[in-house]
Design a protein around this ligand. Structure first.
Ligand SMILES: Nc1ncnc2c1ncn2[C@@H]1O[C@H](COP(=O)(O)OP(=O)(O)OP(=O)(O)O)[C@@H](O)[C@H]1O
Length: 437
């Protein structure tokens, strides 16, 4: 089954017709997929029209049928209607294609659409990936999107439609110059073509060159990232600095893509400029909110931000009785404390009877091993390379009658001086910094 995305306009009507004729000769069949965005009063009529047209063509021997999906959501307030419509259209087309068992969807974009897309991307300051505009074939989510007429002039399509006496609908919103593409199409394009008759071909060629440059950048970026990606997802900045400027950009972009959300170009530019001289601990907002990119000891990582409101106010202040075994959300410290029974490495039970959770006040000491030396918490955190913002959990300390020393510190574990002997009843605390969010 061949699926064609049909708006009902000239181009997609012509493509549907041409494919249906080919399918007839090959013994295949075609389905027209139409999405009614529900944005105009007349739009329901377009779907009915496409159905009727397919019935007429079917009666004339063409193996073609139609499916129409009516969108019931409305664009969220403030959203770009163009972008919203594109998103829901592609989602609906994909669903319909799957429903009919099609693996390929044909779209009727042509040479001018491609040239317009290139120009619009350039006017947004896009890089090579954006300037590559639309590909002729793209696999996404198990479907192949095809644009067989991407290099065809619009006039050739119009000539085909005239030759077969096709009829189509004219979408009145195509002349609504509030939309970027329409403004370009209606106001600028005629002037551009008058001055530069070869503009469509040239811009299409530039789009193809950009696609190659983008593919190359992606390949090189991925290769360099394979060397510079740390096991915990960080980027080795020292290694990154040895690369050429172009490769630094490519690998940084590839690394940002692993973060799971789009990183604005402005942030990439800042990182390129500032990373080489940034000091350990320097942070940049990650572009999505709620997290930062931080340089720490030569590695760039993404860290969840601890909202200031959830941090204990001031260094002195918070003091809670030890809550006992289990899982305890402690929003004031922005995390969860779990305490479970273990058979080794835990805190001997008698230490916990009067224990308290307190905010670090400075001056506490911690000892890693029975025969090592106790040092200040600050020094021990540095020794384990635990960055400052990851030390924000509560300290579990002995009660005043037992000296008040640290039993457990987030990021460091149980102090060697209070560890139970094997077989003795004992408990292991664990601090999960972001578990409440
Ligand atoms: N509402 C829709 N339903 C199904 N497919 C659509 C729809 N709108 C656009 N398409 C597909 O996307 C392609 C490009 O869309 P675009 O908005 O540029 O086309 P159009 O000018 O509205 O219509 P046409 O390309 O048919 O003249 C169309 O050729 C068609 O394949």
């Amino acid at each position: 089954m061949l699926a064609v995305a049909v708006s009902g306009g000239l181009d997609s009507t012509a493509l549907l017709h041409a494919l249906s004729r080919q399918a007839r000769d090959l013994g295949a069949s075609v389905v027209a997929l139409h999405v009614d965005h529900g944005l105009q009063a007349v739009s329901a009529e377009w779907g009915r029209r496409i159905r009727r047209q397919c019935q007429r063509w079917g009666a004339a021997g063409l193996p073609v049928s139609a499916r129409v999906h009516r969108v019931t959501q409305v664009p969220p307030t403030g959203a770009s209607i163009e972008a919203w419509a594109r998103k829901v259209r592609y989602a609906a087309l994909a669903q319909m294609a799957r429903d009919v068992g099609a693996t390929h969807v044909w779209l009727a974009h042509h040479r001018r659409d491609q040239a317009e897309t290139f120009l619009l991307q350039a006017l947004r300051g896009a890089g090579s990936a954006g300037l590559a505009a639309m590909p002729t074939a793209l696999w996404r989510d198990g479907l192949c999107w095809l644009r067989p007429w991407l290099h065809q002039p619009r006039e050739a399509i119009a000539a085909y439609a005239a030759r077969w006496r096709l009829s189509w609908v004219e979408d009145a919103t195509n002349t609504d110059t509030r939309f970027d593409r329409n403004r370009l199409r209606c106001d600028l394009w005629p002037t551009l073509l008058a001055g530069f008759p070869h503009a469509e071909t040239a811009l299409g060629q530039s789009a193809r060159q950009s696609a190659r440059a983008a593919a190359l950048m992606q390949e090189v970026g991925a290769q360099d990232l394979a060397r510079l990606h740390m096991p915990d997802g960080g980027l080795d900045v020292a290694g990154w600095q040895t690369l050429s400027a172009a490769r630094r950009y490519a690998v940084l972009r590839a690394w940002c893509q692993t973060l799971g959300h789009p990183v604005p170009d402005s942030l990439l530019e800042r990182l390129l400029l500032e990373l080489p001289t940034a000091r350990s601990g320097h942070r940049w907002p990650d572009g999505a909110g709620g997290a930062s990119l931080r340089l720490y000891r030569g590695t760039l990582r993404r860290w969840e931000d601890v909202p200031p409101a959830d941090l204990p106010s001031g260094e002195v202040g918070l003091r809670l009785p030890y809550p006992g075994p289990g899982r305890h959300a402690l929003p004031a410290w922005g995390g969860v404390l779990t305490v479970r029974a273990v058979s080794q490495g835990g805190i001997a039970a008698h230490w916990l009877t009067h224990a308290v959770l307190i905010t670090r006040q400075g001056g506490e000491s911690f000892q890693f091993e029975p025969h090592s030396t106790a040092r200040s918490l600050k020094k021990q955190y540095q020794a384990r390379a635990i960055p400052a913002w990851q030390r924000h959990g509560p300290l579990l300390c002995a009660g005043p009658a037992q000296g008040g020393g640290v039993l457990f510190a987030p990021g460091l574990g149980v102090d060697a001086r209070v560890r139970a002997a094997n077989g003795e009843p004992q408990w292991l605390p664990e601090w999960l910094p972001d578990a409440t969010r």
